[in-house]
Design a protein around this ligand. Structure first.
Ligand code: GLV
Length: 326
């Protein structure tokens, strides 16, 4: 008998065909966040769970899945999953680092350039008949060359962003739990305290995982510490930034602009004040959304899942302590 696996939401047939050959796949509904109630009858037999980052996996869910061996998350972040609870239940958690690094770094720069040069509002002016004559001092933006790019969270993605920054002639500073000697040697990146990062960055790009230390760290005090000409880019998790403080910062000119691929809450309701600000550009959490990358993420997530079902170590495990627990 093939092991039973729940895929929480539908995905393109050709992406999941390799999984379908190996397991008895139950696919949850589209358009709902979370593991849908309709899947409940399968919980007692399910051995593998293939999740999206909008699905919460916690003690309550795990206790209903006594045969579960592996959770495979289609994301590098695993903040939707209670890792400790999974470890307690002997459930390995897979995630997809590495394969999405370049796509996320590309979108970081797309947002950074778009906000720096006001591309979205200028393009909207052109489209809606507000072009008028060429003007010397209209639609002025900020230049990357010679500016300082501050990176908070210098993991794989942070370093890929730093490489792009270097190519644009930017000086790189960063704040991270550990020093990155390679980035320092190759890119001239300088590790600085968080306060210095806030004060010196012309562009501050967030790439940290969300943890108790980083949740809400970009608060009113942090935003006031930044340059009034600075631009904030959030590619991490929405709740790293205090949303109300950001609204105030953009309205009052504490900083010059923001580009957000993640928000708190997510999705951001359509009437949210952030959408009304001309200096704020928001994309709907699409950092890894390229044809190539989402396909690779799926392949890796399937590899994690199948390894977990076989009781083998996952290619990328977010709770390796599961293998050594007593
Ligand atoms: C996206 O945010 C991810 O964690 O992969």
């Amino acid at each position: 008998m093939k092991p039973k696996v729940i895929l929480t939401h539908p995905m393109p047939e050709e992406w999941i065909a390799p999984l379908q050959r190996e397991v008895d796949l139950i696919v949850g509904p589209a358009g709902v966040a979370g593991v849908d109630e309709s899947l409940k009858p399968h919980f007692p037999e399910v051995e593998g769970l293939f999740t999206w980052l909008t699905d919460r996996v916690d003690e309550d869910l795990l206790s209903q899945m006594p045969r579960l061996k592996v959770v495979s998350n289609l994301a590098v972040g695993v903040d939707n999953i209670d890792l400790e609870a999974c470890t307690r239940h002997g459930v390995a958690v897979g995630h997809t680092p590495g394969v999405l690094t370049e796509a996320v770094a590309d979108l970081t720069f797309a947002l950074l350039l778009a906000v720096a040069r006001g591309i979205f509002s200028a393009a909207e002016d052109a489209r809606s008949g507000r072009w008028g004559l060429w003007e010397a001092a209209r639609w002025l933006g900020y230049e990357l060359n010679g500016s300082t790019l501050g990176i908070f969270g210098m993991g794989k993605i942070g370093q890929a962003v730093a490489r792009r920054g270097k190519a644009f002639g930017m000086h790189i500073i960063y704040t991270s739990r550990s020093p990155k000697p390679q980035a320092e040697a190759e890119l001239g990146a300088r590790r600085v305290p968080w306060e210095t990062l806030l004060e010196e960055s012309d562009f501050l790009s967030l790439h940290t995982p969300i943890t108790p230390e980083t949740r809400g760290i970009v608060d009113a005090a942090a935003l006031k510490r930044m340059k009034p000409t600075a631009i904030l880019i959030n590619m991490a998790r929405g709740a790293v930034v205090q949303t109300n403080a950001l609204v105030e910062a953009l309205q009052k000119g504490w900083i010059a602009g923001a580009g957000l691929d993640v928000t708190d809450p997510e999705p951001l309701p359509p009437d949210h004040p952030l959408y009304k600000l001309p200096n704020c550009l928001i994309t709907p959490h699409i950092g890894s959304a390229t044809h190539t990358t989402r396909r690779r993420m799926t392949e890796l997530a399937i590899a994690n899942l199948l390894a977990g079902l076989r009781g083998e170590p996952l290619p990328h495990c977010a709770n390796p302590e599961v293998y050594t627990r007593q």
